[in-house]
Write a protein that binds this ligand. Structure first.
Ligand SMILES: Nc1ncnc2c1ncn2[C@@H]1O[C@H](COP(=O)(O)OP(=O)(O)OP(=O)(O)O)[C@@H](O)[C@H]1O
Length: 581
């Protein structure tokens, strides 16, 4: 993916003033740090050479005082740059994280079908952390390194050109060495990231399925899988540490070689009276200013590479257009009548080679109660997911009140359709929060009324904190039937004209089922209702039963009419009856 520098830099814009002040402080602190060796040189060369009776000591004190002032200014500058620099980075990271999350909220089902949650989480957390490091440390490091390198070079050159050139000769070699190791280290660091990603994915998988793990008593199996990933991560880190240790120690050796060279060449020059001791000391103090930036090349280029990769991964998602979008002049449908029509609809999932639905036509009148039955995989759920545009048809059209759903503003379309699914998703929080999800501006009274309609009020009131009871992650503290009733209360509150019930009662025992059936019946009154059912006994009273097979709609009619036809429905019914008997 191409790296857009303009886009990268644009995130600095809201904080440009603060960021420039950080760079200015970095510049001042780095420039002031160069004065130290010069002051040491001045003291050793000019002051200490004098006779101490002539006020030299006073001068030493003055220089000492000046040095203290410089220390104070330099550290104040570094403090400001360090603190505010991190703040700028963190603000940019926060902005980008919010932007990415908001964008992810808009991406359609087909995107999430292909993604692993753990990977997406890593983009939102780790990638942006690395990016913020680059945003703030990157320019700061470059300014500091450049000022010190160039400053030290000029100071040393002024003192002694030949010795400076001798030191300088080492630098390209150091640079090459740093970049060579940088490649190796980068590879090792990338591998580390992949391995920790695997550890994360394994942890997520095992912990999310902890109930299944324990019910099969498969803890050892999971420990084995986890330890394998954990071991791979350990091995990868061991390689990284080896590479790092080798690099830093080789580098230190080169720096020591430079020091030895300076001492040797400097001593020869002192003997020849081409250099004095004060200059040699200054030289030794300044070497670090020249070698440190070269040593930091590795760190800086790793930081650059990681940050750029993080930014590319960020942009990869940001550049994705949601496959389901509003048309420019989309109609806002406030309250639909609830007529649904599928007109010669064909549908195929993006990664499949064959259609799930082919040329299917069906009309459901406003307020009608329709059941869809058929073998597993026939496309019942898929058909219903086309109504709120979780996916768009491949061919044909789906109409709500005679309007193509692709012409309706998405939010208003989805507000007109309510879902009660078998696999209820509840959010961490209180019961009140979870029911309010159906209508965020609902009052507490509305919520209680909805809970009463859903036959949930009694069980809620029996909980220690009533409506304010925390339900745990995904509602673990509630039974299947209780969760289902909360999801029904949520839809009561939403009050949509179209209702889709997908296997809503099949996971429940008889008692919960009858309570939920009663609330679902209440919920479906006055609404267009499509029930996807496996248990045919539950939909005998439906106004119309649609039998969907892989070849499309095989037959439709009332329960009695379909039994009389002795077709697919009658066979399915007989089979289920046999099975239940
Ligand atoms: N997100 C998806 N991506 C790709 N293929 C899918 C997806 N969801 C469903 N399918 C495939 O589409 C076909 C129809 O699935 P669908 O869930 O609509 O059937 P169904 O009739 O509701 O089945 P069941 O009664 O078992 O729930 C199946 O072959 C399924 O594998």
């Amino acid at each position: 993916m191409r790296f857009s520098l303009r886009k990268f830099v644009s995130y600095y814009k809201p904080y440009s003033g603060l960021f420039l002040s950080v760079l200015a402080c970095t510049f001042i602190a780095a420039a002031l740090s160069l004065l130290f060796p010069l002051l040491v040189r001045y003291v050793t060369k000019e002051v200490l050479a004098k006779d101490f009776t002539g006020g030299a000591l006073t001068e030493v004190y003055m220089v000492g005082g000046l040095m203290l002032i410089l220390v104070a200014i330099q550290n104040a500058g570094n403090y400001y740059a360090d603190y505010k620099g991190h703040v700028v980075g963190a603000r940019m990271e926060r902005d980008m994280r919010s932007e990415l999350f908001a964008h992810m909220q808009t991406l359609s089902f087909d995107f999430y079908d292909k993604q692993k949650t753990g990977q997406l989480m890593s983009r939102i957390t780790n990638d942006l952390l690395l990016l913020s490091e680059l945003y703030h440390h990157g320019p700061e490091d470059y300014v500091k390194s450049l000022v010190r390198f160039i400053g030290a070079f000029f100071i040393l050159f002024q003192i002694n050109a030949s010795l400076t050139i001798a030191v300088f000769c080492f630098l390209p070699f150091m640079g090459y060495f740093a970049l060579y190791f940088n490649k190796k280290l980068n590879k090792a660091l990338t591998r580390n990231k992949e391995r920790i990603g695997d550890v994360n994915a394994q942890t997520e998988d095992s912990l999310a399925g902890i109930r299944v793990v324990q019910s099969f008593a498969n803890e050892r199996l999971e420990n084995g899988k986890f330890n394998r990933e954990n071991g791979r991560f350990f091995e990868s880190r061991t390689h990284t540490y080896k590479a790092e240790a080798l690099f830093y120690n080789c580098f230190d050796t080169i720096i020591q070689l430079i020091t030895v060279t300076v001492i040797l060449c400097g001593s020869v020059q002192i003997a020849d009276q081409r250099l004095d001791l004060a200059d040699l000391i200054t030289f030794l103090l300044c070497i670090g200013y020249m070698t440190e930036p070269v040593q930091r090349l590795t760190h800086m280029s790793t930081q650059l590479q990681e940050g750029v990769t993080g930014f590319q991964r960020f942009m990869e998602i940001m550049n994705l257009k949601p496959s389901i979008q509003n048309k420019p002049n989309a109609i806002v449908m406030t309250e639909a009548q609830g007529e649904i029509e599928f007109k010669q609809v064909s549908f195929r999932y993006g990664d499949r080679s064959n259609d799930v639905l082919t040329n299917l036509s069906l009309r459901v009148k406003p307020g009608e109660y329709v059941a869809i039955v058929g073998p597993s995989g026939a496309g019942k759920t898929t058909l219903c997911s086309l109504i709120p545009r979780f996916y768009d048809v491949t061919d044909g059209e789906v109409l709500l009140d005679g309007v193509d759903v692709r012409d309706i503003e998405l939010g208003s379309l989805r507000r007109n359709v309510g879902f009660v699914l078998q696999d209820v998703y509840l959010f961490n929080g209180t019961i009140l929060d979870n029911i309010r999800y159906g209508k965020p501006d609902a009052s507490d009274e509305d919520i209680i009324a909805a809970a009463k309609h859903a036959n949930a009020h009694e069980f809620i009131m029996s909980l220690p904190n009533g409506y304010r009871s925390e339900i745990g992650q995904r509602g673990v503290k509630l039974s299947g039937g209780q969760k289902q009733r909360l999801s029904i209360a949520r839809v009561f509150l939403k009050n949509p004209p179209v209702l889709i019930l997908d296997e809503a009662t099949s996971a429940l025992d008889n008692e919960s089922e009858s309570v939920i059936k009663a609330s679902l019946e209440k919920l479906s009154r006055g609404r267009t209702t499509i029930v996807i059912a496996h248990r045919l006994s539950t939909i005998r009273t439906a106004q119309r039963i649609i039998v969907l097979t892989e070849d499309g709609i095989a037959e439709q009619g009332t329960h009695d009419a379909l039994l009389d036809r002795s077709g697919t429905y009658a066979q399915l019914y007989a089979k289920q009856f046999e099975y239940q008997a």
